[in-house]
Design a protein around this ligand. Structure first.
Ligand code: ZN
Length: 313
């Protein structure tokens, strides 16, 4: 056991100690469903950022739940023949997630779906496999797993290409593949009977996104958000932050990205210095200054997009 493994074991113990029984979680601070489903701009979406230790099971629809753990959320569905779970999150979190599922149903977890290959969402899958689940991912995730072996990531048992529907008992979960955007194997998930879409990483309601846009291809990101906007959803289910949001959260993020891409691109073509670029972009993006993370993350995002315009990456 090296220091990393020890740290993970300690983190697992701490999580277990801080949370001895699954109970009902501590999601009482969340705004009401009606508040979350108000259109953008919606300040209710910012309430989440103040609750670092938030955890619990949030009911989305009949038989559809969101496991929420300290900022990262995973969808699961209860069918009459077992459970379809998604993203195990982290090695220490996976057993807590299983306990959370067991607080809702005693049916076994039959499937575990990876939303994409990034380790912050898929470490801990072995816990679900040991409990009898079959692990699925898009086939484009496999080269990433084999290129960067991580003993904490369980390899999928089965893969699919394009979009795919997982059926179990009386329910089904549609896995929608929209090509490259955030990595090249991300799937969006729509439970049957629900006009809502589980979106991991591409939209965190009310936020401008992270400072480095890690593993995002900017123009494919915009393209994908437009495709989601065209779905005419009733709501989105979020992989980070608040559990639910009005679908205008997607357009809000897309408009921000388009404005940022336009402003940085114009500055790049004009050969502006870094200081001139920053001043020009800040001036043009002022209308988005109300979004969460704007002041903290804009500088890094400008750097990231200067690299994009300079290299295509
Ligand atoms: Zn990711």
């Amino acid at each position: 056991m090296n220091w990393q493994h020890r740290a993970i074991a300690v983190a697992g113990l701490m999580a277990a100690a801080a949370w001895p029984a699954w109970g009902a979680g501590n999601l009482d601070f969340l705004p009401s469903r009606a508040e979350l489903l108000q259109p953008a701009p919606n300040k209710a979406w910012d309430k989440f950022s103040t609750a670092v230790d938030a955890h619990g099971v949030y009911p989305i629809a009949d038989g559809v739940y969101l496991f929420m753990y300290r900022g990262t959320n995973s969808l699961f569905m209860v069918t009459d023949d077992g459970v379809i779970a998604t993203d195990p999150i982290r090695v220490p979190v996976a057993p807590i997630y299983l306990d959370a599922i067991r607080s809702v149903t005693d049916k076994p977890v039959k499937y575990l779906i990876y939303s994409h290959w990034h380790w912050d969402h898929v470490e801990g899958g072995q816990t679900f496999r040991d409990a009898g689940a079959k692990i699925l991912s898009h086939e484009a995730c496999i080269p990433h797993f084999t290129d960067r072996p991580n003993p904490k990531v369980a390899m999928p048992d089965e893969t699919f290409s394009g979009s795919h529907t997982v059926t179990l008992g009386n329910r089904s979960l549609e896995l929608i593949y929209l090509g490259t955007n955030h990595s090249d194997c991300l799937v969006f998930m729509r439970p049957d009977g629900v006009n809502g879409l589980f979106i991991v990483d591409l939209v965190t309601p009310g936020s401008v996104g992270g400072t480095l846009f890690l593993d995002y291809v900017p123009h494919h990101w915009v393209r994908t958000l437009k495709a989601i906007e065209a779905m005419n959803l009733d709501y989105i289910i979020s992989g980070h932050g608040v559990p639910l949001a009005h679908p205008t959260a997607v357009g809000e993020r897309r408009r921000y990205l388009e404005a940022l891409l336009g402003a940085v691109g114009t500055a790049y073509e004009a050969g502006l210095s870094r200081a001139e670029t920053t001043a020009a972009v800040e001036a043009q993006l002022k209308p988005f200054g109300y979004m969460r993370g704007f002041d903290a993350n804009l500088s890094g995002q400008i750097t990231r997009l200067q690299i994009y315009y300079g290299t295509g990456w």
